[in-house]
Design a binder for this molecule. Structure first.
Ligand code: AMP
Length: 384
């Protein structure tokens, strides 16, 4: 069937899941859902080349929840021994996946637990002394629990590795390997691997971890370019802040995410913006976890309208209705550009990205344009 005419009813999902999908307001499956679900529901391994914003989280969560509803354990699951494991690179991403899992599992009694660093270890450990169905975790914290035998990974039936390319660039692969070695062999589990890019390294890892996988490719240009209007301005470095301020003042920016390449410049920019009487939050690696979560909540609720973030911290931001993404600097890695602008224009809504390009940024431009397959659209900075 043509994927554009697919409906969730084509998948024969349990009523609890169909109900939750309705509650969440999802009308039709996104392309990654339409292309992976027929296979993942069939127990096949999946390699999905898709970035955030495509609906990939719901794609794997729907298959996990459906599996559990259709194959309930005969007896109560032993404490601390989940049937599904989702590994993701950042805390924010883990917490977001758990939120989505709770939404989709609302009409079931399937529970999920997030295990992340920076949040109370003992509290998480106590939760592992009870029944837990789905664990969503960052590699480091999960490995701590696995090594101390607080978690038992030998009953894992479905393994999801999310944002594999990020895990690789953040140096998590050795941890991920140790974790996977503690799960059942790939012939006895289902493995779903997602990655925004599909490089030689990722290909090699995917070949190790999956068995006869179905490969689904949702190319970044399809999403990024389709729903995000990308603008760019040439501007001298010392005039960037003034231009930014003017843009914020002038345009109806409901929720603005500003990306900065370095932590220290992110902090400096946040200070400046705050000094100019805007309510602004900061999301950078050196901000304590609790504070980051609070800031994200405030941004989500609209209490904070402007958020300054670095790439690593900004990865996990899954907030709908971000009206504008501003690249205060262009990222050096073109993949980051696609990830950044993918924070707006999510799941079909329209978004605008604005890149402020100075002479230094111009060095990063060719690689970005090559990845996008088109030139950035430079405009005259607006007159104020
Ligand atoms: P993700 O790529 O998983 O980060 O998802 C991006 C956003 O799309 C999330 O806010 C989801 O709630 C939303 N979403 C997922 N699936 C659908 C769907 N079928 N229809 C509309 N929105 C969706």
């Amino acid at each position: 069937m043509d994927e554009s005419s697919m409906s969730f009813s084509n998948f024969g999902l349990p009523k609890e899941i169909n109900g939750a999908i309705k509650d969440l307001g999802y009308k039709a499956p996104t392309p990654i859902q339409a292309q992976t679900l027929p296979h993942s529901l069939n127990g096949e391994d999946i390699i999905g080349q898709a970035q955030t914003g495509t609906g990939k989280t719901a794609a794997f969560l729907i298959s996990i929840l459906t599996y559990e509803l259709e194959n309930p354990p005969e007896e109560d699951r032993p404490p601390g021994s989940p049937f599904a494991l989702i590994i993701a690179p950042t805390r924010e991403l883990v917490l977001q996946i758990q939120k989505d899992a709770e939404g989709l599992a609302k009409r079931t009694n399937i529970n999920s637990l997030a295990l992340v660093g920076g949040i109370d270890y003992e509290k998480q450990k106590i939760k592992l002394t009870k029944r837990v169905d789905i664990v969503i975790a960052t590699p480091g914290r999960l490995l701590d629990f696995a090594r101390s035998r607080s978690i038992d990974l030998s009953n894992i039936e479905i393994l999801v590795i999310d944002e594999a390319d990020r895990m690789l660039s953040m140096g998590f692969i050795p941890d991920v390997k140790s974790i996977i070695a503690k799960t059942p062999n790939k012939t006895c589990r289902q493995t779903q691997l997602f990655s925004a890019t599909y490089t030689q390294d990722i290909r090699r890892l995917a070949a190790q971890w999956t068995l006869n996988p179905i490969k689904v490719d949702i190319a970044p240009e399809n999403i990024a370019v389709k729903t995000v209007e990308q603008k760019a301005f040439h501007v001298a470095e010392q005039e960037k802040y003034q231009l930014l301020k003017n843009l914020i003042h002038q345009y109806d920016m409901l929720r603005v995410l500003i990306f900065v390449n370095r932590r220290d410049s992110a902090r400096e920019l946040e200070r400046k913006i705050t000094r100019d009487n805007f309510i602004c939050g900061l999301l950078a690696g050196d901000v304590p976890q609790r504070k980051r979560i609070k800031t994200l909540e405030k941004f989500r609720s609209g209490e904070i309208k402007i958020l300054v973030a670095t790439d690593v911290a900004g990865r996990g931001i899954h907030i709908d209705n971000i009206s504008h993404v501003i690249n205060f600097n262009l990222p050096e890695d073109p993949e980051d550009y696609v990830h950044r602008i993918g924070r707006t224009g999510r799941a079909g809504s329209e978004g605008i990205s604005i890149s402020l390009v100075c002479e230094t940024d111009a060095f990063s431009l060719p690689a970005i344009e090559e990845m996008l397959g088109e030139k950035l659209n430079f405009e005259q900075p607006p007159q104020f």
